[in-house]
Design a protein around this ligand. Structure first.
Ligand SMILES: [Zn+2]
Length: 74
């Protein structure tokens, strides 16, 4: 059986289904729970962000994921 490990929480995703139990951001694979936490955090920040640009948003997501991977949590 193919198992994949979440890059952030290091938990195994037993049945990795892309877009459902497993999500890809760049080179990183992220489980459902971590993706939900990440999206909540991103939404809260994006709401207060002026001016909003796509470049900023992509960089912000990449930075957030890198930080989360270093910390081992969102
Ligand atoms: Zn995870």
């Amino acid at each position: 059986m193919v198992t994949t490990t979440c890059d952030i929480c290091k938990k195994k995703v037993e049945i990795p289904i892309t877009g459902q139990s497993l999500h890809y951001y760049g080179n990183h694979s992220i489980c459902e729970a971590c993706k939900d936490s990440l999206e909540l955090q991103i939404k809260a920040t994006v709401r207060d962000k002026e001016p909003y640009t796509t470049d900023w948003y992509e960089k912000y997501i990449n930075d957030s994921i890198s930080k989360a991977i270093q910390k081992g949590k969102i």
